[in-house]
Design a protein around this ligand. Structure first.
Ligand SMILES: *[C@@H]1O[C@H](CO)[C@@H](O)[C@H](O)[C@H]1NC(C)=O
Ligand SMILES: *[C@@H]1O[C@H](CO)[C@@H](O)[C@H](O)[C@H]1NC(C)=O
Ligand SMILES: *[C@@H]1O[C@H](CO)[C@@H](O)[C@H](O)[C@H]1NC(C)=O
Ligand SMILES: *[C@@H]1O[C@H](CO)[C@@H](O)[C@H](O)[C@H]1NC(C)=O
Ligand SMILES: *[C@@H]1O[C@H](CO)[C@@H](O)[C@H](O)[C@H]1NC(C)=O
Ligand SMILES: *[C@@H]1O[C@H](CO)[C@@H](O)[C@H](O)[C@H]1NC(C)=O
Ligand SMILES: *[C@@H]1O[C@H](CO)[C@@H](O)[C@H](O)[C@H]1NC(C)=O
Ligand SMILES: *[C@@H]1O[C@H](CO)[C@@H](O)[C@H](O)[C@H]1NC(C)=O
Ligand SMILES: *[C@@H]1O[C@H](CO)[C@@H](O)[C@H](O)[C@H]1NC(C)=O
Ligand SMILES: *[C@@H]1O[C@H](CO)[C@@H](O)[C@H](O)[C@H]1NC(C)=O
Ligand SMILES: *[C@@H]1O[C@H](CO)[C@@H](O)[C@H](O)[C@H]1NC(C)=O
Ligand SMILES: *[C@@H]1O[C@H](CO)[C@@H](O)[C@H](O)[C@H]1NC(C)=O
Length: 753
């Protein structure tokens, strides 16, 4: 509004007068006079119903003061807003109440219906009980979010009266029973999220009349029956049904959903298998997951036309044949674990060493697999083998040094000694498609990344650390655990054949039991021992009767016939994924023991002292050999020296060597600045650096504190060296991570047994 100077004066005068009036008659109604008294009363009631105690009614809810509208610092999980719309004559109405992350412990407020202009209500991340009140039938609500609360009972039929609704999210509650047919009346609905409830029964046909839906998420429920025909929902961009309980097959009509950018269906019930559904018209697809959907046949070639495809997860199906060449699209993650892909591993997956793509081919049926281990290409058990103790070709560089009768691992954590058992450290940062064996007798294979995870998250998602002090017995085993969003295998190897006792230690160290939305998480996963699904829908918190309590699962008579023992944890789309932080979920394992049930045989071993001497000599000789070989090859091929001199074909006298002074490296990495840190390995951290001429380098800072052995050190050097050679020489991929020491060592020490 613009004022003439005189009228502005008048306005200010009026304002002062008003203020004086207020001061003289401290009438609360008058002070919040912009709102009609009926709405102020309604707010009082709403506060009471919600358990919201800090609204200050002597301040005007509509003038934007901090009590009624707290600015939020980009938080997805907190909000404290009441907005009004005000007409020019200063009559205001509440349109928006958004109270997120406040642990309010009341109910969804029936008195909301007394705010005739209310459009938007967001009460997610609280501790509310009850259900959707009948009174809301008369509102004109457009947006309702009550995610991460304790709402329960059936979703009431009255939901169908909220016909103005466009957004409805009830994720992470305890709604049960059938989805009411009245849902079909919400013709304006664009977004419907029912993830992580306890809904059962078949989906109502009426759902298919919600033709304006752009996002539909039904994950983690106990629905039954087949996936309905959703072909009418042609506006859908996101469709998610992970662990919904529904049965396959995926209906053919899915091919009509041409706008899909995100499709996630997982863990379908029922036995019937089907061919890959026709997704050829979904050219905007970014994230595609058809996991555990009983798909057979092969992957269709048109996936290579999905130019936006970043994420592809087809794990745990019966797919086979060739993997189409997707090297032309910017695929970031591909999970094909648990299928029957055969033939040879396609060269486009092994070719480019320096790409960012993470690909998991573990548990497949290839006949021809590289001898190498790769940081971003998981080939654990990716092939059929005549030798049934083969877990990975790259383990050939880790020959058994002796026969083991027990293995103890402190998953995700440091070495822990309990009595006479030493739980070995397991502190690799791991990755989305990772199998890098750490020693001869055990290791891990990890698959999967977190769906819907904030990409800016900085913590290491694959390790979970306790949030409270733990007091159970042997608590050191539980303070850190491994977490995995899809599939995590621990294997023991070089074991004497016979029966073993497997002991798995679990504790829920992330979810809390507090009166808070943080206490509303549910974790559910499956456990496999030697390929057998020994625990289904395992819920640590339920089993232990609370958080921070140990659950120890013991399996006797576990047969080892081929020297290997595998324990695998699999997430199957069940449980919650929104609390205490969105996108952190999955299986959780604290510690593992494998112990033979029989007495070790007398070992025919070279005495300890002798063995050590041999080892030391071996290491020294091998290191010298390695250095000579590497320098020799590098010099011969001209890798030592800078780019320009190499391109000119200059070799020899005027080639600059690749040796840098400590000072140079310190400068290049900004004194090993934390911000330049790329990662952490067994021997220390890796840093990014830039030389004065702009050349980017990676620097590994070797830590003298490392407890790993000389052998691993040489491995590491070998790996770094051959990786850098490799990335220069793309046309001719060479096997990498061959262990120069392995053969020397096995000769020196002799074959075990
Ligand atoms: C409410 O706001 C008034 C005016 O700013 C202030 O004087 C009063 O202390 C506040 N009350 C509470 C409970 O914070
Ligand atoms: C409500 O308040 C929030 C936060 O101040 C603001 O972002 C939003 O635009 C407001 N909405 C309306 C309709 O005023
Ligand atoms: C309601 O408030 C929330 C939180 O500030 C805001 O994100 C949203 O846009 C608002 N809605 C409307 C319709 O103003
Ligand atoms: C909901 O709408 C139906 C008609 O569609 C009506 O009969 C019923 O009374 C309404 N329910 C409430 C609680 O207003
Ligand atoms: C879908 O939404 C549009 C506006 O976004 C609206 O005009 C149309 O009526 C809606 N469709 C149905 C079936 O209600
Ligand atoms: C889910 O519903 C089943 C019965 O259908 C019940 O046994 C179970 O306790 C419910 N779970 C939760 C978390 O409410
Ligand atoms: C796949 O679906 C598209 C669009 O619905 C259709 O044009 C095409 O013919 C279908 N392909 C097959 C093999 O059925
Ligand atoms: C791969 O498997 C298919 C059947 O699933 C078979 O026809 C084909 O010959 C196999 N290819 C190789 C190279 O083994
Ligand atoms: C896996 O490969 C083996 C050997 O090539 C073959 O005998 C077996 O049938 C294959 N399995 C499947 C399901 O293709
Ligand atoms: C070793 O034998 C077990 C069962 O005894 C089996 O589950 C596993 O697949 C075998 N391992 C390999 C690598 O073949
Ligand atoms: C991640 O960070 C970038 C830049 O800081 C920001 O623009 C983006 O919105 C953030 N994404 C999320 C999901 O927070
Ligand atoms: C080993 O375990 C199997 C079952 O896995 C059992 O049948 C067998 O008797 C056990 N053998 C011994 C020696 O305990």
């Amino acid at each position: 509004m613009m004022f003439e100077p005189s009228s502005r004066l008048l306005f200010i005068n009026t304002l002062i007068l008003c203020t004086l009036l207020f001061l003289q008659i401290p009438d609360i109604q008058a002070q919040v006079g912009h709102l009609p008294p009926s709405e102020v009363d309604a707010l009082h009631e709403i506060a009471k119903q919600l358990g919201k105690e800090d609204w200050n009614f002597s301040l005007n809810p509509c003038d934007g003061n901090a009590n009624w509208r707290t600015p939020t610092l980009n938080s997805q999980m907190f909000n404290n807003v009441v907005n009004c719309t005000c007409s020019p004559d200063d009559a205001c109405h509440v349109v928006n109440i958004s109270l997120k992350g406040q642990d309010l412990a009341g109910v969804l407020p029936p008195s909301l219906a007394k705010l005739p202009y209310i459009k938007w209500i967001d009460l997610s991340y609280n501790y509310l009980t009850g259900t959707i009140p009948n009174e809301w039938a008369s509102t004109k609500l457009v947006f309702v979010s009550a995610s991460a609360n304790r709402l329960s009972g059936r979703i009431p039929a009255v939901i169908g009266n909220l016909t103005t609704l466009e957004y409805l999210t009830l994720e992470n509650n305890m709604f049960s029973g059938k989805l009411p047919v009245e849902i079909g009346k919400l013709k304006n609905l664009k977004l419907l999220i029912l993830t992580a409830n306890n809904l059962t029964g078949e989906l109502p046909m009426e759902l298919t009349s919600l033709t304006n839906l752009t996002e539909l998420r039904l994950d983690s429920n106990y629905f039954s029956g087949r996936i309905p025909n959703l072909g009418s929902l042609t506006q859908l961009e996101k469709l998610e049904m992970q662990g919904s309980g529904l049965e396959g097959p995926i209906p053919e009509s899915i091919s009509l959903l041409t706008k899909l950018t995100r499709l996630a269906i997982s863990d379908l019930n029922g036995e019937g298998s089907q061919l890959f559904p026709n997704l050829s018209s979904m050219t905007s697809m970014r994230k595609l997951m058809l996991r555990g959907c009983n798909l057979r046949g092969s992957i269709p070639g048109y996936l290579s036309q999905m130019s936006n495809l970043q994420y592809l997860d087809l794990s745990f199906n019966d797919l086979g044949g060739d993997i189409p060449d997707l090297s032309d699209i910017d695929l970031e993650k591909m999970y094909l674990t648990g299928n029957f892909f055969n033939g040879s591993v396609p060269s486009w997956l092994t070719d480019e060493f320096d790409n960012e793509r993470e690909v998991d081919l573990s548990y497949n049926n290839f006949s021809d697999v590289p001898q190498s281990c790769y940081e971003r290409l998981n080939l654990f058990r990716s092939y059929t083998s005549t030798n049934d103790s083969d877990l990975g070709k790259c383990l050939k560089s880790h020959p058994c040094l002796k026969t083991y009768y027990s293995v103890h691992i402190n998953c995700g954590g440091p070495k822990v000694t309990i009595g006479d058992k030493v739980y070995e450290a397991d502190q690799d940062l791991t990755g989305a498609a990772r199998f890098l064996p750490s020693n001869d007798h055990w290791g891990t294979s990890n698959t999967g990344s977190y769906w819907n995870r904030n990409p800016n998250a900085t913590i290491n998602d694959y390790v979970a650390t306790n949030v409270s002090i733990l007091s159970m017995k042997d608590s050191q085993l539980y303070t850190v655990a491994r977490r995995s969003p899809l599939s995590l295998t621990y294997y023991g190897r070089c074991l004497a054949n016979g029966n073993y006792t497997v002991t798995l230690h679990f504790a829920e160290i992330i979810f809390r039991e507090s009166r808070s939305f943080k206490g509303l998480g549910r974790r559910v996963f499956d456990v496999y021992v030697q390929g057998v699904n020994t625990i289904k829908n395992f819920d640590i918190k339920n089993e232990a009767g609370g958080v921070d309590k140990a659950v120890i699962k013991t399996f006797n008579n576990v047969r080892v016939t081929n020297g290997t023992l595998e324990i695998r944890f699999q997430y199957t789309g069940k449980g919650t994924t929104a609390v205490p932080e969105r996108g952190l979920y999955g299986s959780l394992i604290s510690a593992i023991s494998m112990e033979s049930e029989f007495k070790p045989l007398e070992l025919k071993q070279i005495s300890h002292g002798k063995k050590r001497t041999f080892l030391v000599i071996g290491v020294v000789v091998a290191v010298l050999l390695l250095i000579l070989t590497v320098v020799g090859i590098a010099w011969k091929k001209g890798y030592i020296g800078n780019q320009i001199s190499r391109e000119r074909g200059l070799r020899g006298s005027d080639v600059k060597t690749g040796v840098f002074t400590y000072k140079q490296i310190k400068a290049a990495t900004d004194n090993f600045a934390e911000s330049n840190k790329l990662g952490e390995g067994g021997f220390g951290s890796v840093y990014k650096g830039a030389l004065l001429d702009g050349t980017l380098i990676a620097v590994k800072q070797l830590s003298s504190k490392s407890k790993q052995g000389n052998r691993e050190f040489v491995n590491e050097i070998g790996m770094i060296t051959c990786r850098s050679l490799f990335s220069e020489d793309r046309e001719q991929p060479k096997p990498c991570y061959t262990n120069p020491l392995a053969s020397a060592e096995s000769k020196l020490v002799g074959k075990p047994g």
